[in-house]
Design a protein around this ligand. Structure first.
Ligand code: CUA
Length: 325
């Protein structure tokens, strides 16, 4: 075979497999739940492939078989009985394989970390139960230790999904649902809301940062500390503007008098990957754009636009928030 012709199928397979990797892929698992789901997926894919091959072979046989060898009544009976029996057997096997995963996926180890998760229109609130630390749109977890998430919603139905780590679970008004994440390797993984929940459903992303246990303990300690003091005059003006313009009615910055609960806790907002639930980069320009016109960037968001602020105040606010590492 010409070398080019033989390398084409290989290239296609490699391209397909590369498409399965990345920070948001159920086929590139980085957590025990996702590993079990991926192995179930491969089992189903292999069984589905075998069924396809059998059906194609039977079809080719039927097309090529000599007419005198066929008996329409007998063949139809075999087809109906055989097809029904095979379908029941295959679905029963798949059901058993799937149900056997359930207890393992729901088990709670004794040393698990507990995190309360709240879905809001259109962002995620994470509260580390034992440490009263609150973050938004960024969940940090230690590798090799299970984390039990207790999920509630503040408004409508959302669905929490980090394909690389585990399956998805819905957040239902009036109920607390549960999901166990057990990351196996450090990295950054992307999560998303997987249930249509309003105008900005597509802008409800978050990041899961998995680090080793020492880095996690250091992070918890930094997060527990109150907000750092403004580093320069402009940021100091930003803190004044934050309090003057009433931002503290919705946001908390520990260490200041701002103690609002409606919006994200901003005590260490500058340390997060992105802002606006993944909408903008976390830098001074991102903060200025967000504060100036949040509803324009994220339709339906409860954060009002502050485009009427003097440009100096807007820049000072952005500089202050960006410095809250
Ligand atoms: Cu929340 Cu979709």
């Amino acid at each position: 075979m010409h070398p080019l012709r033989s390398s084409v199928p290989t290239a296609v397979v490699v391209l397909l497999m590369v498409g399965c990797a990345g920070p948001q892929s159920a086929l590139d698992p980085a957590g025990t739940g996702a590993e079990r789901i991926a192995s179930l997926w491969w089992t189903m894919a292999i069984i589905g492939g075998l069924i396809w091959a059998i059906i194609v072979s039977l079809t080719l046989y039927a097309i090529r078989a000599a007419p005198e060898r066929t008996h329409p009544r007998r063949d139809a009976r075999r087809f109906i009985l055989g097809g029904t029996a095979a379908t029941i057997a295959i679905l029963t096997v798949l059901l058993i394989v799937g149900l056997r995963l359930m207890p393992e996926l729901l088990a709670t180890p004794d040393d698990a970390l507990h995190v309360e998760v709240s879905g809001e229109e259109f962002w995620w609130r994470f509260v580390y139960a034992a440490d009263t630390i609150e973050t938004a749109n960024e969940l940090r977890l230690p590798a090799g230790r299970a984390a039990v998430l207790h999920l509630e919603t503040a408004d409508v139905i959302h669905s929490f999904w980090v394909p690389s780590l585990a399956g998805k679970v819905d957040l239902l008004p009036g109920r607390t649902t549960r999901l166990v994440l057990e990351p196996t390797r450090p990295g950054r993984y992307r999560g998303t809301c997987a249930e249509f929940c309003g105008l900005s459903h597509a802008f409800m992303g978050f990041t899961v940062v998995v680090v080793d246990s020492a880095a996690f303990a250091a992070w918890l300690e930094r997060q527990a500390a109150p907000a750092s003091a403004p580093a320069d005059e402009r940021s100091a003006r930003g803190r004044e503007a934050f309090l003057e313009h009433g931002c503290g009615a919705c946001h908390t910055i520990r260490g200041t008098e701002a103690a609002g609960r409606l919006g994200p806790d901003l005590t260490h907002v500058g340390s997060r990957d992105r802002i606006g639930a993944g909408r903008l980069p976390n830098d001074a320009d991102g903060f200025a754009r967000w504060i100036g016109n949040a509803p324009g960037l994220k339709p339906g968001a409860h954060m009002p636009a502050f485009g009427m602020l003097p440009d100096d105040d807007l820049r000072a606010l952005a500089s202050y928030l960006d410095g809250l590492e």
